[in-house]
Design a protein around this ligand. Structure first.
Ligand SMILES: Nc1ncnc2c1ncn2[C@@H]1O[C@H](COP(=O)(O)OP(=O)(O)OP(=O)(O)O)[C@@H](O)[C@H]1O
Length: 361
């Protein structure tokens, strides 16, 4: 048990202290007439990676500031390791802030200090001896793969290396929670993947709890266990990542998924008619074991006419197959699309008739 959690708070919330690092209940924060946070409730369990995704202006920064105590919520509860921080005095917030390590989009390293000094800084503030803090800094630089850069200055590092230093620094004081604020947004795709892999590795090795704030679904897809979608200060959708990817319910979630989920190609979407055409175009969404079975072969065998596979594929998220296909069914047999829908729905697929292709011959 860490020293931050007081005996009183453990008695008050024994289960919460053991399992939940973060719990927010109905948190509200308003700026004038703008409700930046409009009743946010969520939990982050120990060892879990929760992705919070939303567009610009959704309330992500306000949420971070309320979590680390830089901003006061107007109402609700914010429990960090069993303590409600909304009710803490400013001086009581100081030890709490040390329980939260942060990494940022622009790294926020001190340019006049070496890599090892940057990493050791949180320990210097805590009064840890120089030997101890350098020892810890070197352990952490080893962990993030930068043991040979201890004496370098940030200016000589690549963006990915700077973020590795940022991660090492965030871990120096052994935080209960790592708060990642758009930490890969300034990095190229390959470096982003390597930083996400590092975060996942640290999460596995140290059991570190991570709250990942981002506007990119690719980041959530890469490493999060669960995702919460925030829009206009509210959580509009929440669930395991594979399940939300397989069955996004909110429009904003579908829109955020747009870039990484198969979409009907534009040239086909443009010529779809609602009333009639030579083929009905159907979208088929499914996840789990059915998504990788011989579904289409079985469908083909069950139908009197053949259909065409137009577009789509199978992704694997959290080791779960998540499939999305578009198929074209001839409309000369008016009952055929209905039979396809019935066959696929009976196998837990979600099927939607998007329209009729007016041009395909
Ligand atoms: N200090 C402030 N004064 C007035 N309005 C604010 C303030 N901070 C945030 N807001 C408003 O609250 C809403 C949420 O803002 P917030 O910065 O939390 O969103 P965000 O999701 O972090 O956006 P971005 O990704 O662009 O940083 C916005 O409408 C914003 O204009």
């Amino acid at each position: 048990m860490n020293s931050f959690v007081s005996a009183t708070s453990i008695e008050a919330h024994p289960q919460a202290a053991a399992e939940e690092v973060v719990r927010l209940t109905d948190v509200k924060r308003r700026f004038g007439t703008t409700p930046a946070l409009d009743g946010i409730s969520l939990t982050v369990k120990r060892g879990e990676i929760l992705g919070i995704i939303g567009r610009s202006g959704a309330g992500k920064s306000t949420l971070i500031r309320c979590l680390n105590g830089l901003e006061r919520a107007d109402s609700g509860e914010i429990f960090i390791e069993g303590r409600d921080i909304i009710r803490l005095q400013e001086q009581e917030l100081q030890p709490l802030r040390r329980r939260i390590g942060m990494i940022f989009q622009h790294f926020n390293l001190l340019s006049a200090k070496t890599v090892e000094e940057n990493v050791a800084l949180p320990l210097k503030i805590e009064g840890v001896s120089k030997n101890e803090r350098l020892k810890r800094a070197h352990e952490l630089l080893d962990l993030v793969g930068l043991a040979d850069k201890a004496k370098a200055y940030p200016a000589s590092l690549s963006g990915g290396q700077k973020q590795r230093v940022g991660i090492a620094r965030a871990l120096a004081a052994r935080p209960a929670l790592l708060l990642s604020d758009e930490a890969t947004s300034a990095l190229d795709p390959e470096t982003t993947r390597s930083i996400l892999a590092l975060l996942k590795d640290i999460n596995r090795k140290l059991g570190l709890t991570i709250l990942l704030i981002t506007h990119e679904m690719e980041v959530v897809r890469g490493i999060a266990d669960r995702v919460a979608v925030i829009d206009a200060g509210r959580i509009v959708e929440e669930g395991q990542v594979w399940s939300v990817f397989a069955n996004p319910r909110a429009d904003i979630t579908r829109s955020l998924l747009g870039g990484i989920r198969p979409q009907l190609p534009d040239h086909i979407a443009r010529r779809l008619s609602k009333t009639g055409g030579s083929e009905a175009i159907l979208s088929v969404d499914l996840a789990g074991p059915e998504a990788q079975g011989a579904l289409f072969a079985e469908l083909s065998a069950a139908l009197p006419h053949s259909f065409r596979l137009v577009h789509g594929g199978i992704d694997h998220i959290q080791n779960q197959p998540v499939a999305r296909f578009f198929i074209a069914v001839p409309s000369r047999d008016p009952a055929l699309a209905g039979k396809v829908e019935q066959f696929l729905t009976a196998r837990s697929a979600r099927v939607e008739v998007l329209g009729y292709d007016t041009d395909h011959v």
